[in-house]
Design a protein around this ligand. Structure first.
Ligand code: ATP
Ligand code: MG
Length: 419
């Protein structure tokens, strides 16, 4: 901002950076707006990279941080309304330069439209954002329903900020939330995916989930999970999803890594189980799980475009779940040696916690994976003689006892970290 200012340009910190600083929170990232054009920004900063094709802006790198520097944008809905807006009122193009007092109107919430300048260290507030910030209110700038129509992702942002900041959504913006969930269907799935990650991996997942369900928006993103949750209000699905998200939040708070694959595995599992149940009679248990997984992933990809690098491990985690009931030595050892064991084990614990897997199984595996090779061999051998935990018909069971020490392979640190 100083460099822009010294070069004779205006420069303001805007958005979450100002909002979070005023709230005494640590901003996630910083956005700067200026009247300098992208080419001029690039000239001032050797470390600037121009990005975007429709609306060009600069990413300026300072060590690990990237500051987004954008030129003021003009009115989002101009005279040529029809050209830039769909029949639903969704904005398609939004690429006109403007002035600061135009830029403010295309921002979403009043608390996101505060501009801080180092010219005189003041905060410029066109929309009464400061009052809303103090009152803890999320209020869209302008006519709420129209603003949701222009960009339905704002509905998800309302929920995300309410969860993150503990703000309440102003009643005038709350009503159209409940009525316009269908607008999310027109949003490109890749954008929904980004927004879902922000909602569920940023430390306020459980609260976001609860608010999404409260406003009937969760089903717009994950319809089959919503169906499973609604069907079994007291069953394992609600517990499982809530526990998974609570664990994720705890891990984020402790600065531990969280993986989208594990989080999506949990979010979609209730749908998979429900679908499997419907298919089981016709296909048999194992193929039904496979088919259910395929169906649910396909639906989720259509909605929120989960990339393969997440949907593959997710399906592996699911695919290993049945194998936790089989505890005899050789099978247990094979499962333990699987590269996805750790994440699958964590997932199984989650299911046990929700009452979907019996406690014995969870306890047995907890001992097994915590022990050394000797412990595993003993546990594995003991399980050979149990009826429970071995679904192989007795006639096919190997009579031969396994060589000692031939059980689990030694494992270093577990690669997969679970949410
Ligand atoms: P955070 O970075 O903590 O998620 P943020 O408010 O900074 O919150 P960004 O997505 O970084 O959110 O966007 C920066 C600013 O850009 C917002 O504060 C808002 O002023 C504006 N903005 C972002 N997305 C939209 C949108 N969909 N509609 C209108 N304005 C938006
Ligand atoms: Mg931001």
């Amino acid at each position: 901002m100083y460099r822009l200012h010294e070069a004779g340009f205006q420069a303001y910190l805007v958005g979450g950076g100002v909002r979070d600083l005023l709230l005494g929170r640590e901003p996630k990232d910083f956005d700067v707006v200026t009247d300098a054009r992208p080419a001029q920004i690039k000239e001032l900063f050797r470390n600037a990279r121009l990005i975007g094709r429709r609306f060009v802006l600069a990413h300026v790198q300072f060590g690990q941080e990237v500051i987004e520097v954008a030129t003021f944008r003009g009115q989002s809905v101009g005279e040529d309304n029809t050209d830039r807006v769909t029949v639903d009122g969704m904005i398609l193009r939004d690429n006109v330069y403007g002035t600061m007092d135009e830029d403010v109107w295309r921002r979403d919430f009043t608390v996101n439209a505060l501009y801080y300048t180092i010219a005189d260290f003041s905060v410029v507030d066109y929309v009464n954002g400061m009052a809303d910030l103090k009152a803890g209110v999320l209020r869209l700038i302008g006519e709420p329903e129209q603003r949701y129509r222009e960009d339905p992702v704002r509905m998800l942002r309302a929920v995300r900020f309410a969860a993150k900041l503990g703000f309440r959504i102003d009643p005038s913006c709350e009503r159209p939330l409940l009525e316009n969930g269908n607008l999310l269907e027109a949003v490109p799935p890749a954008r929904l995916f980004e927004e879902v990650l922000k909602m569920f991996l940023a430390g306020d997942a459980l609260k976001s989930f609860e608010l999404l369900r409260h406003y009937d928006l969760f089903g717009r993103l994950f319809p089959s999970t919503e169906a499973a949750l609604a069907e079994e209000v007291d069953g394992f699905p609600n517990l499982l999803v809530a526990n998974a998200l609570r664990n994720t939040d705890t891990r984020v708070a402790e600065d531990k890594p969280v993986t989208p694959a594990f989080m999506f595995a949990a979010l979609l599992w209730p749908a998979v189980v429900r679908r499997r149940l419907a298919l089981e009679g016709r296909l048999g248990a194992a193929p039904a799980l496979q088919q259910a997984a395929t169906d649910c992933v396909r639906e989720a990809v259509e909605r929120v475009s989960i990339p393969r690098r997440f949907s593959m491990p997710m399906q592996e985690i699911w695919g290993l779940q049945d194998r936790f009931v089989q505890r005899n030595g050789k099978r247990a050892a094979r499962l333990y040696a699987h590269p996805r064991f750790r994440a699958a084990y964590d997932f199984m614990l989650l299911r046990a916690e929700a009452g979907e897997v019996d406690e014995d199984t969870a306890r047995w595996w907890t001992e097994y994976q915590a022990g050394d090779d000797q412990v595993r061999t003993t546990l594995g051998d003991a399980a050979v003689n149990e009826v429970v935990g071995d679904d192989t018909p007795p006639a096919q069971r190997p009579r031969r006892r396994r060589r000692r020490g031939g059980g689990g392979r030694g494992r270093g640190g577990h690669g997969a970290s679970a949410a």
